[in-house]
Design a protein around this ligand. Structure first.
Ligand SMILES: C[S@@+](CC[C@H](N)C(=O)[O-])C[C@H]1O[C@@H](n2cnc3c(N)ncnc32)[C@H](O)[C@@H]1O
Ligand code: SF4
Length: 403
């Protein structure tokens, strides 16, 4: 059995959605990163680089109105105004501390990504202060892309105007689905009518790029409901569309329920069905003129860009700011404290709140970029040869031995 709605089609036992993470976010995976290797980040930060790669900043805003049943991100729904203000002060302090490190001093970021959680949960005043903190720490005159993630029900006319005036170039809107019943079944905070309201405000404000997130295989999904969601998406005609396939990691509410009921298979469609829904969606988008950007994305035109992703997947530096945030500096992976209080305490003590890290070997750097770029569905072997001086196929055969 694989789907919760018995009135609708699509039950198969082919590849049930068992719990766990499937999305490939990094290589080597987080489980290899250790506290001992934090010294490798400190060593990297202590010296300026002669020809550093492009630089980006990721700021994690972990607050949400309510927790979606499927969500595996580090989010809090119980923080009061005082705690959020304290968190934002820590973000500003962390930014400043990074900007003082020899490896980063004077460098100009080319992209900034505000992710969550729900960045748009913040008030307009808090958003203005946050952007000012980034500008105070780093010279921002070379920033080409600023992404800001939004949950539809949190947007107001004022907030949208503030985001536009602060130079946000790419809004990413978490729609997930257009069916009111599916939104409610999955404990989304926003309602279907709020999507239309948010969309109207964002389009009227004239953001250069609007991305819309969808998930194939939410609890209660059916062929018919998914088809209608794709039709509705096409009516809005977003610049970019990201379609995730629903996964059930161990820290989700859905998994906790499965555990309590001792069910082995998640109450969502099996992988075969989710893949089919995703592919049907990409085919419909293709027929409507969209281009395939990657395994998960479609682009309205060849001008649509996602610099954060492209830079990161080609080895750029990324400064991770905020609780549990992860980044990459000069061939070293790093992740911050993943619990709220230790994060706050370490920043307030004047430390960089790095919790674990991993120093990549030369081969591992190549494999990391290869693994990430494979998600684009195309890889230029010659580019790897030029950059790393190694044939990627040979490096793969050698495996991740340290260089
Ligand atoms: C940080 S959220 C986006 C901003 C905002 N928090 C929201 O949800 O509207 C990032 C995206 O991850 C996706 N996501 C979250 N949990 C997922 C899961 N278990 N499986 C697949 N995609 C998931 C959703 O599409 C979501 O929009
Ligand atoms: S999917 Fe978005 S809104 Fe829902 S809990 Fe996760 S971060 Fe918050």
């Amino acid at each position: 059995m694989s789907i919760v709605d018995p009135q609708h089609s699509t039950t198969t036992t082919a590849a049930p959605t068992t719990a766990g993470n499937y999305f490939v976010a990094n290589y080597p995976p987080f489980s290899c990163w250790t506290g001992e290797q934090v010294s490798a980040v400190q060593e990297r930060l202590a010296h300026a680089a002669e020809t550093p790669p492009p630089l980006g900043i990721y700021v994690h805003l972990p607050f949400c109105r309510q927790r979606c049943d499927f969500c595996y991100y580090k989010v809090y729904t119980d923080k009061n105004a005082r705690e959020i203000a304290r968190y934002l002060d820590c973000v500003a302090a962390e930014l400043k501390r990074y900007a003082e490190q020899p490896y980063l001093a004077g460098r100009k970021p080319s992209f900034v990504y505000y992710g969550g959680g729900t960045p748009s949960y913040l008030s307009s005043d808090q958003i203005e202060k946050l952007f000012a903190a980034v500008r105070a720490a780093f010279p921002c005159d070379a920033v080409e892309e600023i992404t800001f993630e939004c949950e539809p029900g949190t947007l107001t006319e004022k907030k949208v105007a503030v985001l536009r005036s602060l130079g946000v170039t790419r809004v990413s809107l978490g729609v997930e689905h257009f069916d009111p019943e599916i939104l409610a079944l999955n404990n989304r905070a926003h309602r279907a009518v709020e999507i239309d309201r948010a969309w109207g405000m964002l389009r009227a404000a004239g953001f250069p790029q609007i991305n819309l997130d969808l998930i194939s295989g939410m609890v209660g999904e059916t062929d018919e409901r998914w088809r209608r969601t794709i039709e509705r998406t096409l009516e809005l005609h977003p610049d970019q569309i990201t379609i995730y396939q629903m996964e059930i990691p161990y820290n989700t509410t859905i998994y906790q329920r499965m555990k309590a009921g001792e069910a082995e298979v998640a109450p969502v469609a099996d992988w075969e069905t989710k893949r089919r829904w995703s592919e049907e969606a990409f085919q419909a988008l293709g027929r409507a003129g969209y281009l395939r950007g990657s395994a998960y994305t479609a682009l309205a035109s060849s001008e649509a860009r996602f610099l954060y992703r492209d830079a990161l997947w080609h080895g750029s530096d990324l400064v991770p700011i905020g609780v549990s945030s992860f980044g990459h500096l000069g061939g070293v992976h790093l992740q911050n404290e993943h619990r709220f209080e230790p994060y706050i305490e370490r920043v307030e003590k004047g430390e960089l709140p790095i919790h674990r890290a991993y120093q990549l070997s030369a081969d591992e750097r190549l494999i990391r970029e290869l693994v990430l770029q494979l998600k684009l569905g195309r890889v230029r072997a010659t580019a790897f040869q030029e950059k790393f001086g190694v044939d990627p196929a040979r490096a793969l055969r050698r495996g991740p031995a340290r260089a």
